[in-house]
Design a protein around this ligand. Sequence first.
Ligand SMILES: [Zn+2]
Length: 143
Amino acid sequence: MLNQNATEELNRKLARAGLRSTRQREVVYGAILAKRDHPSADDIFARVKQEMPTISLATVYNCLDTLVHCGLVKQVNLERESTRYCPNLTQHAHFHDNESGRIYDVQLDSETIDKLQDLLPSEFDISSIDITFRGKAAATLEA
Ligand SMILES: [Zn+2]
């Protein structure tokens, strides 16, 4: 279930794109917010099916496209892996656990981002920065 803030955010961003909230969009967005472990579309499908047994994978994909388009979630693409979804809209890096496949958020402060941008000559115009660390996370860590 979405809390009031999340519902308002969903409605506001959908409306900005000329769209309305639907039960499916709410349930898919809710699943991504509920467990921030960067689920794939298949993971999300399995989770939303518990709440909405009649939903199809195609509908889940459509909802995900809409949520990405509206700027509510971000796609995370890693080599040779299916696309994952992240509701953290702040500038952050990812840590990918090579064994479990889990992805963790790593916050980047503005000082670090400034330093990274300074690495690039002024001829390059940055639209986004993607940083992925890889390795092994302690088993005790929560995503
Ligand atoms: Zn993330």
